[in-house]
Design a protein around this ligand. Sequence first.
Ligand code: CTP
Ligand code: MG
Length: 553
Amino acid sequence: LDRFCFGLETQTLGRFTSTTSAIKAQTENKTAKAAKESKTFQAIQEERREQAERSVLISCPSKINEKKFLDYLSKHGTINKHFFYNSYGAYAVVEFSSRESIASLKESTNIPAVEHEAAVPFKSRLLSLKWPGSQSSNHPMPKFKVQSPPSINEISQLLSEKDSIDEQLQCLTEALELTEENVSLRFLVCSLLRDIAGAYFPECIIRPFGSTVNSFGKLGCDVDMILDLDGIYATSQKKGSGLSLEYQVKRGASERAVTQSILSVIGKCVDQFGPGCVGVQNILQARCPLVRFAHQPSGFQCDLTANNRVAMKSSELLFLYGQLDPRARHLVFSVRCWARAHSITSSIPGAWITNFSLTVMVVFFLQQRNPPILPTLDRLKELAGPSDKCVIEGNDCTIVSDLSKITLQQNTDTLEKLLQEFFEFYGNFPFNKASVNIRKGKEQTKPETTALYIQNPFETTLNISKNVNATQLERFVALCRESAWLLQQKEILNQSSDSPWGFAALLLPSVTSGAGVKSRRKRKLEPASSRIKNLLDSLKIKGGETVAKKGSA
Ligand code: CTP
Ligand code: MG
C-alpha cells in the first residue's frame, strides 16, 4: 500500500459516458436534502463550500479495491464521505473531516516526471492514483454513481410504467434532478478553481450559481460560477487602529473594464495551470463577461463570471420558489423536458427560449392560480426582515430568507391539471402586448416590441428573453396549444407500459404537420438529426442571428 503514488493529474480526455442504467438509484440521499430544507439558502451554500474545501478528486483505476483505497487515504485523516463515478476513466471524490488531511495528503504526493515534457509545479487537489503492478479482480467493484441524465427514450419508458400523470411528473423530477453527489462534485470543481484564482486573489471565493444551486438543475447542466471578491473589499473597508496602508492601485476605466481584466488573467491562469481545464474561451464582450471552459475530470461545462451578485440573488429567489411548493419543481422539470424534446430550448446559444426563461414563466403561471400557489416577488420583499435587506448596484434585491414567514393559501390542484392549464395559459397568452412579471404576479404592458418580454426579477429594466425571436415564440405557442389539446384526448390517457401515454406522449414529435394521436403513439422518438434540421431551419428564418447566452439580458 505504501507504494501507492499520488501525482498531479495529467490532462486525460474525459467526458461523461451515458450510463443510465441506474436511473432509479438517483432518489438516494433525500433525507440529507430534507434535513437541509430548514436552512437558509446562504447556510446551505456555505456548508457545501466548506465540505468541498475538505475534499479531493482522485483519478483511479476502474478495478479499484475500495477498501484498500480507503485504508490508504485514512492515513491522512478521517474520511467523512466518498463516492466513485466514471468520466472516461474512474474518479473518486473523497471528503475528509478536516482540512489538515488535505495538507497531509498534498505533502505526500509527487509531481510526476513526464518524458519529453515538463510539469507545471502546482500541487492541486486533483490527483492520480498510480496502481503498482496488476491487480487481482477478486474484490468487489465499487458502485459508480451516475452523473448524466437519462435519454428521452429512457424517460419515456420509465414514465410509461407509472399509474397517473401526477406520478409521471414526480418520477421525471427524480430521474433528472441533480443528485447529492453531483452537487458535491460541482462545489468541488468550484473549489479546485478557487485554488487557481487564489494565486492572484488569495481571499477570493468561487461560488456556483444558476441551476447548480437554484433547485431546478438537471443532470448534465452547466456549472455557472461567480468569482467573488467581496471579501477583499469588505476587509479593506474596515477601520484600522490608526495605521493605514497607502499604496498605488491599478485602476480600470469602469467596473466592467476591471471585471474584464480580472477574468482575462484568471482565464489565462485556468488555461495554463488548471489541471483538467480545456477549451478555455474568454467571452469578455458579453453583457455579463465570462470565461467558458470544460473541466474534463468532472465532465462539466463551466461558465466563470465575476461581479455578478444579482444573478446569485436570482438563484436564491428560484431556490425559494422551488422549496415553497413541490409542484413548482415538478412543473418546471416537466416543462423544461418537454421544451428540450421539441427543440424549444437548445444547448447552443441562439434565438431560443432558455431554461431560465421557462422557469420564470412557470413561476408566473403558478402565481396566477386561484388561489395562488406561489407568492409574488413584491410579497417576498414585504416579508423580509432587516437582515434580508439587499441592494446591488441600485437594484433592490431584498427577499425574505426565512421560509417559515411565508404563508400560502390552500390550493389542491393536481399536477395533471396544472400541466394542462400551463399549456392553455401560454397557448393563449397575449405576448404581443403583455409581459411576464413575477414581481407583480400580473401581466404588464410590454415596454418594448421584442417578441417575448419577461422582466428580469431584480434588474427590472432588463428583459431576460430579449434573444427570443418571433419564430421561436410562435413554435412555443403552437406546441403549447397542441399539448393542451392532446391532454384533452382520452386516448392519450390510456395507460400502456409498451407505448408512451400521458406526459410521455407529449414528448413525441409534434403533429402539427398532420398525423393523428394514434400514429404518434406508434412512432418512435424522432432521431437527433431531424431535430437538428428543425433548429437549422429556424436559424435560417432569422438569418443566422445568434446571441451570446449570458449576454442576452
Ligand atoms: N441569468 C440572468 N439573465 C439571463 C440569463 C441568465 O439573470 N438572461 C442568470 C440566472 O440567474 C440564471 C443564471 O444566470 O439562473 C445562469 O444562466 P443559465 O446557465 O443560462 O441558466 P440556468 O438557470 O443555469 O439553467 P441551465 O440549466 O439551462 O444552465
Ligand atoms: Mg446554467
